[in-house]
Design a protein around this ligand. Structure first.
Ligand SMILES: CC(C)(COP(=O)(O)OP(=O)(O)OC[C@H]1O[C@@H](n2cnc3c(N)ncnc32)[C@H](O)[C@@H]1OP(=O)(O)O)[C@@H](O)C(=O)NCCC(=O)NCCS
Length: 162
């Protein structure tokens, strides 16, 4: 259970029965939307890194991540990297610490999968999310020009996992 400002919410791993709720949250909160199979694939491949948050028994947030192999964002070596693919909390449940709890547990799961660092992309105008990631000790690595389909740039943000 996570708690903040006397509101209680529950975190747990995603289950296939949550698919409709997660798709609803994704479409309500973000312009980057995915087909159902995309969510299910992440659940199959990294089940501990796909989390949902429940408030009063209703799924109101999620965080979906995976582990990749590639160049480290910190050293000139290959590394196992966690990648936060998508995170969102419904507007009525925001500013209660839910995304912070989702991210904290995501980082633990990625560590358990052997990742030594984690990265994500965020729109350069998405101040709430940038603040969230900075608070969680992510730093800006570089600007990805024209990263999004509408042409907006992204910040690539990353942090080590130890
Ligand atoms: C970004 C998002 C996930 C944050 O969820 P949340 O549950 O409200 O976040 P938290 O309550 O854990 O907030 C943690 C910190 O993030 C920052 N933050 C969150 N919302 C903010 C806002 N509206 N304005 C400024 N900073 C904000 C603050 O630093 C906050 O800490 P504080 O409340 O102690 O000041 C949520 O706003 C959301 O779903 N946005 C739409 C989807 C999205 O942009 N996802 C990220 C894509 S990269």
């Amino acid at each position: 259970m996570g708690s903040s400002r006397s509101i209680f919410f529950k975190l747990r791993v995603f289950e296939p029965r949550d698919l409709d709720s997660v798709i609803y949250i994704n479409r309500t909160c973000l312009p980057e939307n995915y087909p159902p199979d995309f969510f299910l694939m992440h659940h199959r491949e990294h089940p501990e890194a796909f989390l949902v948050a429940e408030l009063d028994g209703e799924v109101i947030g999620y965080s979906m991540s995976r582990v990749e192999h590639g160049f480290s964002n910190f050293r000139r070596v290959f590394a196992k990297k966690g990648h936060v693919i998508s995170i969102a909390v419904l507007p009525r449940a925001r500013r209660m610490g839910i995304a912070t709890s989702l991210m904290t547990r995501t980082l633990e799961a990625l560590r358990k999968y052997g990742a030594s660092e984690v990265y994500l992309e965020v729109r350069v105008t998405n101040e709430p999310a940038i603040n969230l990631y900075r608070k969680m000790n992510f730093e800006i690595v570089r600007r990805l020009v024209g990263y999004y389909v509408d042409g907006e740039d992204a910040w690539l943000m990353a942090r080590q996992l130890w």
